[in-house]
Design a protein around this ligand. Structure first.
Ligand SMILES: [Zn+2]
Length: 285
């Protein structure tokens, strides 16, 4: 069986975030001390292994315990686990950190040629939970996103796509921004509102393939997640219970019915929440 056939689930960061300019700033933002080298290898990085609590980092340059990447992964694991009241991880997460973009893209092109071009990926196979990315100025937020996928899948048997991406987008935001507000998603949704668009959990729950998930879907998934965790006590309770039920679920149960029962005014409440975030955003300017 090839690796392609083993691939069970794939998740990736926001599809429109790659920026050539940012690549020129690589390395200065992160803790790796060695000069990145292009490996042109079709194998994942394997020269150095850092073993953390619940994860391992495979890289071509050594990483010290106080490296920002190591600290970020450990902090993200604690934050996600505590915030979502997750039970203990069943499986470790392997993080493959390429030292440069060319090597990363070369590896992905050979291993999974059909995958769209993204800066980072989370891959779940029958044998492994793995994150793939490369050193760049965006590596910390990229890893927060993909590593959140890993933590969820290490703790839950099933995670519906909308929640998987919503939580990854939520925890991707910098940890010092306590309310996890994403200005990019907020702008996207408020512009959509002017165009007559409305969020719909029923539609979002129906999307099963990440390749069908649009930029607006990512924004909407973030919005629901943000509303449920930050905007409604009843919403937070129903979400945390739902996540607890996913641990041993053979299939992910529907969420909308639970939400309708716990928060009957959820549709209007979501817009109220987004508008309050916009007021907070404007006040901060
Ligand atoms: Zn993702």
């Amino acid at each position: 069986m090839t690796v392609d056939h083993e691939l069970q689930q794939t998740h990736c960061g926001s599809p429109h975030s790659c920026c050539l300019l940012l690549l020129l700033l690589a390395v200065t933002h992160i803790g790796c001390q060695a000069t990145p080298r292009t490996t042109f290898s079709t194998s994942p990085p394997d020269r150095h292994l850092f073993s953390g609590d619940g994860f391992a980092i495979h890289s071509d340059v050594p990483l010290r315990p106080d490296d920002p990447i190591v600290k970020q992964l450990a902090e993200t694991r604690l934050t996600v686990t505590n915030r979502l009241k997750l039970q203990e991880q069943r499986d470790p997460i392997d993080v493959y950190l390429f030292s440069d973009e060319v090597s990363y893209r070369n590896f992905l092109r050979v291993r999974w040629p059909a995958l769209p071009s993204r800066r980072a990926y989370f891959m779940q196979t029958s044998k492994q939970l793995a994150v793939y990315s490369f050193v760049s100025s965006r590596v910390l937020s990229d890893l927060r996103h993909e590593f959140t996928h890993g933590i969820l899948h290490a703790s839950c048997s099933h995670v519906p796509l909308w929640l998987d991406e919503g939580l990854a987008e939520y925890f991707e935001t910098a940890t010092d921004l306590d309310n996890r507000r994403s200005q990019q998603h907020l702008d996207e949704l408020l512009l959509a509102e002017q165009e007559g668009w409305s969020p719909g959990m029923f539609r979002l729950e129906m999307i099963a393939e990440f390749s069908a998930f649009s930029a607006r879907d990512y924004a909407e998934a973030w919005a629901w997640t943000h509303f449920l965790l930050n905007g409604s006590r009843e919403g937070q309770a129903v979400l945390l219970k739902y996540i607890a039920d996913l641990r041993d679920a053979t299939v992910a149960p529907g969420f909308l019915q639970r939400l309708e029962k716990a928060v009957p005014t959820y549709a209007g409440d979501l817009w109220d929440h987004l508008h309050s975030l916009r007021r907070d955003s404007n006040a901060a300017l």
